[in-house]
Design a protein around this ligand. Sequence first.
Ligand code: FAD
Length: 406
Amino acid sequence: MRIVVVGAGMAGARLTGQLAPCGGVEVTVVGEEPYAPYNRVLLAEVLAGRYQADVIRLPDAARGAVRRGVRAVRVDRAERVVVCDDGTVVPYDRLVLATGSNAVLPPLRGLFAEGRGELPGGVHAFRTMEDCLALSGAVRAGARAVVVGGGLLGVSAARALAARGAQVVLAQQGEHLMERHLDQAAGQLLRAHLASLGVEVHTECRVRGLHHATGAGRPVRSVELADGYRLDAELVVLACGVRPRVGLAQSAGLDVAKGIVVDDELRTSDPYVHAIGDCSQHDGVVYGLAGAATEQADALARVLTRNGRNYRGTRALTRLTLNGPQAMDIAAFGETTAMPGDDVLRLADATRGTYRKVVTRGDRLVGGILLGELATVGELARAWEGDEPLPDRASPLHLLTDNGGS
Ligand SMILES: Cc1cc2nc3c(=O)[nH]c(=O)nc-3n(C[C@H](O)[C@H](O)[C@H](O)COP(=O)(O)OP(=O)(O)OC[C@H]3O[C@@H](n4cnc5c(N)ncnc54)[C@H](O)[C@@H]3O)c2cc1C
């Protein structure tokens, strides 16, 4: 069976690694990025100067035949071929779309030159190795950097730039940091932690435009806030979320909602085409997380080799470690804001900068946050991922403390 994978990111490389030992399959991976597949989650460590770029290369990558620097531009489903931008046409028996996400570029005044798609000099998204190396090459001690967006990406980028000695301001439109994962109290602790690393955080702060010099490269000069205030900036990181890359699927006539719609066999509306990772939407959910990309790749490998159960969705915790003089670990999952009738248990220690919270509904765990104190993360992950009724002895307190109470 000729399997063609479009996208040599985390999902595509994982699938290739899983299929490599299987007989009877021939896998070709078409990957637009010129680099060997790498662990995108660790880009912030490269930016922080903690790892060299080649350290984050994925082990699975070596096992597949990746055609690097080649973009798939069209899928002809009738002929079952993929047409690439280098003029090659690759036939498939099964096609796997693993095209990931694109960074969302916010509608800021001055972002694009008239009629052209280039960003002003010093302005970068933070999604690819190319973004990371460009930022890394531009940052220097004392450089004024503004990070737009206070989600997981913006927080990671701000911490990394601060580690390189930049003077970082993080502008977050929402009420607190990492709104998708944390509640207000945890967001406050994270803010204090970033402040201790020298990052100035502004919440409820909307950026409305960029000012840049004219002429070659249009180097950025400042960022303009909604109230007209200007923050000087030599570097700007746009960390305003991601959007599934669905263009190829859409023009091939596949069903696309927010992502490429797939069933429990990760199959799209065409039975010969699958989709995995950030670009896919399973049971109404676009995960946008590395853990889900990995689980979907593993499940698809089982489907393609008729070797095990289908995909039923992912219940992985989101983990983030902010390395630095005092590292901070964060884990979060599920619904972290309680609904009426839910039970909530919180343990907060302002002196140690720790915060732990679980939300339970009846006998089920529905969400939680651990910040700064992750001793019970294993037990919590098992309870969440297993989605079983909580045993009687597992009171919320047991889930938050390794000795049942302290
Ligand atoms: C800085 C950063 C930090 C992150 N931190 C975390 C974290 O802590 N926890 C977490 O769970 N997730 C995190 N994520 C998200 C995680 O990286 C993604 O969920 C994961 O990479 C998804 O894997 P994927 O293979 O679906 O997509 P990607 O890894 O984006 O790979 C898609 C690949 O497809 C290629 N491609 C797209 N279209 C084409 C085409 N037409 N032809 C050829 N190639 C194509 C792209 O160039 C890309 O290489 C982070 C992301 C970033 C950027």
